[in-house]
Design a protein around this ligand. Structure first.
Ligand code: SF4
Length: 478
């Protein structure tokens, strides 16, 4: 599995000044699985913003001294990033900060705009000078442009939402408020809660609320702008709610979200168990042990075992002290890291017919190594089961699912893939069974069925890594 999540966002606002930088640090720690390239925190100190951002994991970027240097405050926003637009450079670290005639803004964004190239071109032709290659800066420019014409920051955000298209769950901090914003389709998750001392907390996933002792209140609605003020008041703006069909990303349920999170009312652990059960019904096999690939295959493996009656076993140990495989810059390094990261327990596997459950197959290289690992540990048969349908298409909404060229299922039948990875049999979750992951809500399954809810500009289809007009021109001249 080598799919990259796009980001995690966090925000906190309190009636009293307190150490919100540290609270945000703990929140980002809980969201680390959503992005490991860079992270950052911005706190407000009476209209002055203090920030600390860098490339790296939360635990590496922030030392105790860094946190001690940040002032007590009533507002803070934070971000963990994996770049699906823009390059992996320090300039693209978030939250992005902008100064404008009517004040300051700090933005943290999860998702991808699908019309970023068009908007950038227009802004650049009107004189905007971009400092980053991230689509978040495009959003920042549009909001600040609207702010000069409107009476409030929330009006400016609402006007910007008329223009920007695609996936965006954001926290936006002005000098007086924090806004939690979710695009009208609701592609990416966003929720909020409250601590016992009255601090409101906003996060990509509910696991981050629990990490800071906040009680979950509810998910931000698709299209909602929820405005938090330092006097403790909250206002919900809903003019964009219900304007588009709901399109929650089903891959959050399959892989990205932490199993202890609840997203849009769906407990992720249970959703994955349900997928495992459906997988067992669709692709039964005679075997002695069901083994899940840590971490995101474990819950589906439990479901497969429950439905099939085959005993569930812990057959692989994950080294907890290295980062996820996909941090590596090259495919070769990723391949090598599979061995460092996972180790089979031979005493469990030896002489057994094994059902190996993973959450997805992208290029097939990891699956091949896992099957080989099982055989080397003494498995007599290895039956691969995948708790998602085959990836056939890219994602344009903030997940680094590659072009069709690199997706094994886009070019090979299930039987061919089975042979290529060296398994005795292979079964994917049927696409019609995706509904077990989200029984009550409509969802996006674009990477599986090729149906996208929004228009995707040809440039965005060609190159999801946004590049400023000036750089695109240079490239085309070469
Ligand atoms: Fe999620 Fe796939 Fe839709 Fe992207 S295309 S939002 S990964 S379901």
């Amino acid at each position: 599995m080598s799919i990259h999540e796009a980001c995690g966002v966090f925000g906190a606002i309190s009636p009293q000044r307190k150490d919100l930088a540290r609270l945000t640090y703990y929140g980002l720690y809980a969201l680390q699985h959503r992005g490991q390239e860079s992270c950052g925190i911005v706190v407000d100190d009476d209209g002055l913003f203090y920030s600390h951002k860098d490339l790296g994991l939360v635990g590496d970027v922030f030392s105790k001294e860094d946190l001690d240097r940040m002032p007590a405050s009533t507002m803070a926003v934070g971000h963990v990033r994996y770049s699906t637009t823009g390059e992996k450079v320090r300039a693209n670290c978030q939250p992005i900060e902008v100064n404008h005639q009517k004040g300051k803004l700090a933005l943290a964004h999860n998702g991808n705009l699908t019309n970023d190239d068009k908007l950038r071109d227009k802004l650049e032709l009107n004189g905007a000078i971009f400092h980053t290659t991230s689509d978040t800066e495009t959003i920042a420019y549009i909001i600040t442009g609207e702010r000069l014409k409107t009476g409030s920051i929330e009006d400016a955000v609402s006007q910007a939402m008329d223009v920007i298209e695609g996936a965006y769950s954001m926290v936006v901090m002005s000098a007086a408020k924090i806004m939690a914003i979710r695009d009208p389709y609701g592609f990416r998750p966003l929720c909020y809660g409250k601590t016992a001392d009255g601090t409101y907390v906003i996060a990509s996933e509910s696991c981050a609320l629990q990490a800071v002792g906040a009680e979950f209140i509810r998910d931000i609605l698709p299209g909602e702008i929820l405005v938090f003020s330092t006097d403790g008041s909250i206002t919900s703006r809903r003019e964009h709610c219900g304007t588009k069909p709901r399109q929650s990303c089903i891959f959050e349920q399959i892989y990205f979200a932490r199993p202890d999170s609840i997203i849009d009312g769906i407990p992720i652990h249970q959703a994955r168990v349900n997928a495992g059960r459906a997988l067992a019904k669709a692709h039964p096999v005679e075997a002695d042990a069901v083994i899940g690939v840590p971490d995101s295959g474990l819950n589906a493996a439990i479901g497969y075992a429950q439905e099939s009656g085959i005993p569930y076993s812990i057959g692989m140990i994950k080294n907890k002290y290295i980062a996820r495989t996909f941090i590596s810059p090259s495919q070769r390094e990723r391949d090598n890291q599979v061995h460092i990261k996972l180790n089979p327990i031979s005493s469990i596997i030896k002489g057994k017919r094994v059902v190996l459950v993973d959450d997805s197959i992208v290029r097939g290289t990891t699956s091949r190594r896992l099957v080989t690992m099982m055989r080397d540990a003494g498995a007599t048969e290895v039956h691969m089961r995948v708790s998602a349908p085959p990836f056939l298409h890219p994602c344009y909404y903030g997940v680094d699912i590659d072009s069709e060229d690199n997706l094994i299922a886009a070019h090979h039948s299930v039987d061919e893939i089975c042979e290529m990875i060296g398994a005795d049999s292979l079964g994917f979750l049927p696409i019609e069974d995706l509904k077990v992951l989200s029984p009550a809500l409509d969802y996006c399954a674009g990477c599986f069925d090729g149906r996208y809810a929004t228009a995707v500009s040809p440039n965005h289809r060609k190159n999801r890594f946004s590049t400023p007009l000036s750089q695109r021109e240079k490239k085309s001249k070469k």
